[in-house]
Design a protein around this ligand. Structure first.
Ligand code: ADP
Ligand code: MG
Length: 234
């Protein structure tokens, strides 16, 4: 185990049957805002899921702040929270407040403390008014903010966002991005965002282009997005 803060991939390969899904010989991620772009099926989700142990490497290692994602899965999942593109997948309780409380079931034993923390989290995201509404009846934009709350309430250091705005209209997508960016600055959260929205992809310190299970470009967003555009001419 190293003391390094950050995410490190070492000789990672993910194989399903006889198919190579992802191969990353060496990668270190330390920048506060990282975006991941590339074609459908390129390996973006696999890369994000490796970071919090939702996918385990077939070969090699991934570590988060020195913790191996397989050997220390629980610790890693506490510091790296995952938001799926479909909020419905993340909301299982009748109301937003109950879903956010559910996230705290392991870490906060006292139910009134749980309620207070959940309420505070919803308030910080500007959605306290949704606390007791029916989650199923919320708009996709509102549901995505609630999904974000269920992850943020655990105070992760790293936020993994897998196409978080794909199902949102422009206004809700902008609101979501604003909230995430404000949080990143306020609470020093590192965000790693997979997206097809190239305007969103450009708002980063570093961008990875993942294609055919490999990182084919890595660097400043404008340059990597330019490479992606060149690869995508029809
Ligand atoms: N559990 C799995 N078993 C087999 N193949 C998978 C699995 N998950 C993803 N894949 C395949 O891995 C490749 C990369 O997928 P994914 O990481 O979801 O790409 P992206 O997020 O860029 O669209 C795709 O070809 C996909 O079909
Ligand atoms: Mg994906």
């Amino acid at each position: 185990m190293t003391e390094a803060a950050g995410i490190e991939f070492t000789r990672v390969r993910v194989v399903a049957g006889d198919r190579l899904l992802l191969s990353i010989p060496a990668l270190q991620l330390t920048e506060p805002r990282i975006t991941v772009i590339g074609p459908n099926g390129g390996g973006k989700s696999t890369l994000l899921q490796l970071i919090n142990g939702l996918v385990e490497p077939t070969e090699g290692f991934v570590s988060v702040d020195g913790h191996d994602t397989v050997d220390h899965g629980r610790a890693v999942r506490q510091s790296a929270g995952f938001v799926f593109s479909s909020p419905a997948a993340q909301l299982v309780m009748p109301t937003p407040l109950e879903d956010v409380e559910l996230s705290l079931r392991r870490t906060v034993r006292d139910s009134s403390a749980r309620r207070a923390a959940a309420t505070q989290c919803l308030t910080e995201l500007g959605i306290a008014d949704l606390a007791d509404r029916s989650s199923q009846e919320l708009s996709s934009g509102q549901q995505q903010l609630v999904a974000l709350a269920t992850v943020l309430v655990l105070k992760p250091r790293i936020l993994l966002l897998d196409e978080p705005t794909t199902l949102l209209d422009l206004i809700n997508a902008r609101r979501f991005i604003q909230q995430v960016e404000a949080l990143g600055q306020r609470q020093k959260i590192t965000t790693i965002t997979a997206t097809h929205d190239l305007d969103l992809a450009a708002r980063a310190d570093r961008t990875l282009l993942v294609q055919g299970g490999r990182i084919v470009a890595d660097g400043p967003p404008e340059r990597v997005i330019g490479t992606y555009r060149q690869h995508s001419t029809v």
